[in-house]
Design a protein around this ligand. Structure first.
Ligand code: FES
Length: 164
């Protein structure tokens, strides 16, 4: 059964309490982030339905938001999601080459996850760090001024971290 842990539920309730009665929908994005983190890194339909129930809104209102923003995953992803920005400024600074390099290195295509379940490559649109192009988001951190060497060391570090 899909249910937030006691601790996460308190977090969700605190976010909902920021908004006046009847306006709980305003809490949707932060609550979806918590849900994604809590329920395996992606938003399956029962999770979105559960969020809708908590916020007293229709499931379709949750689906609309979850399918609009690329930060929400609608299918299972790896432990680490490499969200490489591919919008103009990043593209002009080599994001296509970085994406191709990651595909080759990890032997996956965009949107796919490595067989060991560690990495998902997810090209993204502008992540608001154009001055640091090319860049990617990795969880809550940004990796900037990417080069192939930088990608190598990031992936090595993540592989090592996953073993611990
Ligand atoms: S274009 Fe890549 S962060 Fe804006």
């Amino acid at each position: 059964m899909i249910k937030f842990s006691e601790e996460k539920l308190k977090e969700v309730q605190a976010i909902m309490a920021r908004y006046p009665e009847g306006k709980q929908k305003s809490a949707l994005i932060p609550v979806l982030h918590i849900a994604q983190e809590e329920f395996g890194g992606w938003l399956q339909i029962p999770v979105m339905d559960y969020v809708a129930e908590l916020l007293s809104i229709k499931p379709i209102e949750v689906y609309e938001v979850a399918t609009f923003y690329t930060m929400f995953n609608l299918k299972p992803v790896g432990k680490y999601v490499l969200e490489v920005c591919q919008t103009g400024p990043c593209m002009l600074n080599g994001s296509d080459e970085i994406i191709d390099y990651i595909k080759e290195k990890l032997n996956i295509q965009a949107g796919e996850t490595t067989a060991d379940g560690l990495f998902t490559l997810k090209p993204a649109e502008c992540l608001g760090a154009c001055g640091y192009a090319p860049m990617m988001q990795l969880g809550k951190t940004y990796s900037e001024f990417l080069t192939k060497e930088k990608v190598d060391s990031i992936i090595d570090e993540l592989r090592a971290a996953a073993k611990n």
